[in-house]
Design a protein around this ligand. Sequence first.
Ligand code: FMN
Length: 192
Amino acid sequence: MYKLVLAGVSALFMAAAACAQPNQTMNSTQPNPRILVACFSATGTTARIAEKVAAATGGTLYAITPAEPYTAADLDWTDKRSRSSREMNDPKARPEIGGEKIDMTRYEVIFVGYPIWWDLAPRIVETFLDRYDLGGKTVIPFATSGGSGISNSAAALKKAYPQAAWRPGRLLNRAGDAEVRAWVEQVLKVEN
Ligand SMILES: Cc1cc2nc3c(=O)[nH]c(=O)nc-3n(C[C@H](O)[C@H](O)[C@H](O)COP(=O)(O)O)c2cc1C
């Protein structure tokens, strides 16, 4: 009887180990030194998605950090005079980025994540894209929003930076690991 229980337990254990394998594969994406996952996130939502994109691609995560952080008042879109409203009202606004520049020559594929602001990418995303030579780079946008789609912001970025090879973007509101992974695999397949 004791042996029978032991056999049962070890069978269960082996089944559990077999089930765990796909996950182990999923979590063990090799680092990919040619992929950068750059992200601006004012309140953390897009940053959480960017972590999933980095995990799924093996890319290097880079936070686009404003030199002057956005306060809650800055983000008040109901106030026409708030910092975000003024920036979004001015197509030439380029809020300063804090920190070091990165060595963009190392990367071939750049995922760019952002929250949708006024149906566009926040201006600081353009500060980021202005900083580097995007010639020959593949750029893939992703975003989170309160409901707006990504089409308008992605089209505007593509128009402003025609030197990059743009891939279709994806709105990843509340996306789980599996959805992010499936999208990343599909969009990189188009790339190769
Ligand atoms: C200034 C501002 C403007 C926004 N404009 C839009 C918009 O046009 N459409 C929309 O669906 N959500 C809009 N949102 C909501 C954000 O896109 C959404 O909350 C996003 O997930 C926040 O991401 P984050 O936490 O990475 O900053 C706006 C938010 C802010 C702060």
